[in-house]
Design a binder for this molecule. Sequence first.
Ligand code: F6P
Length: 537
Amino acid sequence: MGLATINPTKTSAWKKLEKHVDSLKNQEMKTWFSQHPNRAKQFSIQWKEFYVDYSKNRLTEETLKLLLQLAREVKLEEAIHKLFSGEAINQTENRAVLHTALRKKNKPEEVQQALSKMEKLSSDIRTGEWRGFSGKKITDIVNIGIGGSDLGPRMTVEALQHYHDNTLKIHFLSNVDGDQSAEILKKIIPETTLVIVVSKSFRTVETMSNAKILQDWFLKATSKENLKKHFVAVTSNSVAAQQMGISYENILPMWDWVGGRFSIWSTVGLSLCLYIGFSNFNKFLEGARQMDEHFESTTFKENIPVILALLSVWYNNFFRCESQAILPYSHYLSLLVPYLQQAVMESNGKSTSRAGVPIPYQTGSIIWGATGTNAQHAFFQLLHQGTKLVPCDFIGFKKPLHNNTKSHDLLMANFMAQTEALLKGKTKAQVQQEVKDQSGDCQAFPLWAFKEFRGNKPSTTLLIDQLTPKTLGSLIALYEHKIFVEGLIWNIFSFDQWGVEYGKQLAATLFSRFAQNPTPEDMDGSTFNLVRHYKEE
Ligand code: F6P
């Protein structure tokens, strides 16, 4: 039962890859392109609206063969089957991992019922059928939640604003920092606001505290019985939601087999559904379903999430890269990076193997990045000329959502130019020639040394037809499956998050100590001094 426990470093593929990487370290990708005119075609995949070009990576046919062998040796096929069939592969919490069931064609009865409830609720609010306590339409939604109960709705609402077809405004309240709630409260009024409290556990301190702030604010304006026209909960803990005063019929269910960071496909997507409408929300689910099908049934060599995961392991464990950059060339995707930071790092930032022992190799990449072209003027310097090797995912769209072809061409020229520059670099001879052409003297000061680009930096390009609810669904599902494959290879449990619990525990203790007089014996010297300074008048 559960996923097989296989130490990847003991596989024959891993050992071969360790030798193989040495033979590649001094080879230039640009030479491979001139030697093999077919390279771009050989290392790219066309799937529906996605064209994935991974030819600008430090891999050869032999590398791919060995990586695919690694996938087989860690029993990837069997693991994919266990994922989709709902085995309890989240073993430390004894849970199945079934976010894919939320988007499949024949959904479980309970999911179907929840979706229907969500459809009715969102439609009533959008059409004005649902009225606030004074009889006015709802104009503002406040989504209270944190982590997966915030990042998914927030990122997708931002990403799909082009498809927003009404006047509802959505506000996201996540941080326990009172600044955030104070600013939101300046923008809304109780009679036209609907608050959605999103928390799988309904125990998360930040969310509970913010829900209380909103309730107090609301109850200053009207009576308790009007709460039912203005407070909705999304949770798997309906008892706690009712204790907060949220009426039973306003509670949308969630399930323990959906991880917070994979929950946008569930009722957690209510804000998105309100924003773009149920039919668009369904297209979003359909895009993810199609990616699930691709992942489940496509041979590994043509399987996008599998290939991207193998590349990630290749760089992480054999080139010792610490991080990966995600670079969407779409302003709409400006929150994709924070979203993926949670999805990737909360899932695969682990150092205990599935056998329960510390692991001696690297896992979980650090994810960072920002949208192009802004990012080019911020941190691309390090990508091009820094000492660190950072594999990059460039994500761009063929067709824009506006009519300004010129600006889109400009954006996409930059998109492609960056991957080209990372690949080719600029040689000493080229730079010397350039310096000579400009100043006529390339010897006086070795300017060429600063202008040289070594190149040979890896990037993968995801060129997608257009940003739509459907392609966004596919894109997110792609990364979800990539995470699964990485975690399987690293022999870790990707679907728990024990690492965030300890900080919560200590924060609760410190919070209670603020009211007392802490003594140096209570805590380490630094923390004790910080508390003392903080409490000093
Ligand atoms: O603390 C981390 C975490 O458990 C995330 O995994 C989750 O997305 C977030 O907190 C919010 O949890 P909940 O939905 O239960 O409030």
